[in-house]
Design a protein around this ligand. Structure first.
Ligand code: 7TS
Length: 404
C-alpha cells in the first residue's frame, strides 16, 4: 500500500528546515531527492569496496565490477532492453544525447533532415544544431499549440524521405506535457528515420518499455529518479550501437592498441572510455530498485492526484495563469502571476522554505512562444503531499499581495 508518510521517512532531507520553515521541495524536475536506501549504497561502496573496475585481479575490483554490471542488468530489466550491452552508462541525459549526435556526424549527409520539437530542453536542441553545422543537415521543428502540445498534423507534413533522425522528449520539463511518442516513432520508422527519445522527465514518473516502443535510442538521468548526479544512461538498439563510432577514446574502450591502428572493444565498453562513475552506476541501480519497490502505477496515480489538487487550488488565485494545460501531463505546473516577474515570486517562496524553479527552464523556445521571460515551476514527486501544496498556495497568495 502506498503510504506517503512512510515514504517520506526514507528521505532525510525532507525533515530539514530552510529559512526557519519546514522544507517544501517542489523542484523535482530539476533533481529529485535521495532516499536513505540509495545513500546507504553510496556509503557502502566507499566504505567497503571502492576499486577500479574491469581491470583488477584483486577481490575489491572484482566486487566493484560485479556490482556495476549488476546495476547494468537492473537498468536493462527496468527498460526491458533485449541485451545488457544495449545499456551504456553515461554522466546523464546531456552526455547521452551528445554521444548519439556525435556518432551521427559520420552518417549524415548534406541536405539530410533532422526533426526536433518545439518542446525540447536545450540539451536536445544544441547538440543537433552543432551536428547540422558539421554535416550540412537541416533542422526542422514540430510546432506546439497554446495548450503546450505538439501539433501532430504538422509533424506529418515535416516527415519525408529526407528525414534521417527524429528527437523528441517523452515529457516536457517546462510544461509537463506527455508527448505522443508511439505515434512519432511509428511515423519516423515508416520513412526509415531513427528516433531518440529524451526520457529525462518521463523516467521519474513512468516505466518505459523500449522494445514495445520500438525506439532506437532512449536516454535518462539518474538524478531525476532518486539516484545520484553525474550518472545516466543511453539505451540504443544493438544494431545502431554497433554502427555508431565511439564518442571518446581512452582506456577500457579498446580491444587492441598499436601506434598504427586501434581496434575497439565490444559493446557496451566501446562507449565507456576511462574510469566511469562506478559508485554512481551502482547507486543508479539501487534507485531504480527503490522506485520499483514502491511501484510506478502507484507513483503515477498519486502524483496525478497531487497535480489535480494543485491545479485546482492555484487557479483559484486571481491573476494566476498556468502554462501547459494538456490533459496528458505529469505533475509539473508552470505558472505566472499577472504583472509580476517569476523570479520575484520564487524569491519570496524561498523565504518561506518552498523550493521551486524560476526562469526559462532551459527551454527558451517555449517561453518565446508564450512571449514571457519565464515561469515559476512547481514540480511534484511521489513524496510530496497535499499539505505542502496548501503551503505553496498560501505562499503564492502572500507573494501576490506583497508584489502587486
Ligand atoms: N532533457 C530534459 C527533458 C531535461 O528536463 C533535462 C534537465 C535534460 C535533458 C538534461 O539533463 P541532465 O541530467 O543531463 O542535466 N532538466 C532540468 C530542469 O528542468 N531543471 O533543471 C534541469
Amino acid at each position: 500500500m502506498f503510504n506517503v508518510e512512510d515514504i517520506r521517512k526514507d528521505f532525510p532531507i525532507l525533515s530539514r528546515q530552510v529559512n526557519g520553515k519546514p522544507l517544501v521541495y517542489f523542484d523535482n524536475a530539476a533533481t529529485s531527492q535521495t532516499p536513505q536506501q540509495v545513500i546507504d549504497v553510496i556509503v557502502d561502496y566507499y566504505s567497503n569496496y571502492n576499486a577500479n573496475i574491469h581491470r583488477g585481479v584483486h577481490a575489491l575490483s572484482q566486487e566493484a565490477t560485479d556490482k556495476y554490471e549488476q546495476a547494468r542488468h537492473i537498468i536493462q530489466k527496468h527498460f526491458n532492453a533485449r541485451f545488457a550491452h544495449e545499456i551504456i552508462f553515461t554522466s546523464g541525459t546531456t552526455h547521452s544525447i551528445n554521444l548519439v549526435a556525435n556518432g551521427f556526424s559520420s552518417i549524415l549527409n548534406k541536405g539530410d533532415e533532422i526533426i526536433v520539437s518545439a518542446l525540447e530542453h536545450h540539451s536536445n536542441i544544441v547538440p543537433w544544431q552543432m551536428l547540422c553545422e558539421r554535416t550540412g543537415a537541416i533542422l526542422k521543428v514540430i510546432p506546439m499549440n497554446q495548450e503546450g502540445e505538439l501539433i501532430m498534423s504538422e509533424y506529418d507534413k515535416l516527415i519525408s524521405n529526407n528525414t534521417k533522425l527524429v528527437f523528441v522528449n517523452h515529457i516536457s520539463n517546462a510544461l509537463g506535457t506527455i508527448n505522443p511518442i508511439e505515434y512519432i516513432i511509428e511515423k519516423a520508422h515508416q520513412v526509415g528515420a531513427a528516433v531518440l527519445i529524451d526520457g529525462a522527465q518521463a523516467c521519474p514518473h513512468l516505466k518505459p518499455d523500449v522494445q514495445a516502443l520500438d525506439v532506437d535510442f532512449y536516454v535518462a538521468s539518474a538524478h531525476k529518479m532518486c539516484g545520484p548526479t553525474g550518472e545516466g544512461m543511453l539505451y540504443g538498439k544493438e544494431a545502431w550501437l554497433k554502427k555508431l563510432p565511439p564518442y571518446q577514446g581512452g582506456g577500457e574502450m579498446i580491444a587492441e592498441v598499436t601506434f598504427e591502428k586501434t581496434t575497439y572493444a565490444e559493446l557496451p565498453h566501446k562507449f565507456e572510455a576511462g574510469t566511469p562513475n562506478i559508485c554512481g552506476g551502482i547507486a543508479f541501480g539501487a534507485a531504480i530498485d527503490y522506485m520499483n519497490a514502491i511501484g510506478f502505477d502507484a507513483i503515477s496515480k498519486y502524483e496525478h492526484e497531487l497535480l489535480e489538487y494543485a491545479t485546482q487550488k492555484l487557479l483559484e488565485i486571481e491573476g494566476l495563469k498556468i502554462y501547459g494545460t494538456s490533459k496528458n501531463k505529469t505533475s509539473v505546473i508552470s505558472f505566472n502571476l499577472k504583472g509580476i516577474h517569476p523570479y520575484d515570486v520564487g524569491t519570496i517562496l524561498d523565504k518561506m522554505g518552498i523550493a521551486v524553479r524560476t526562469g526559462h527552464h532551459c527551454a527558451q523556445p517555449i517561453m518565446d512562444y508564450y512571449k514571457i521571460p519565464g515561469t515559476v515551476r512547481a514540480s511534484f514527486a511521489f513524496y510530496n503531499t497535499k499539505t505542502e501544496i496548501d503551503s505553496l498556495v498560501a505562499a503564492v497568495k502572500k507573494a501576490r499581495l506583497m508584489l502587486s
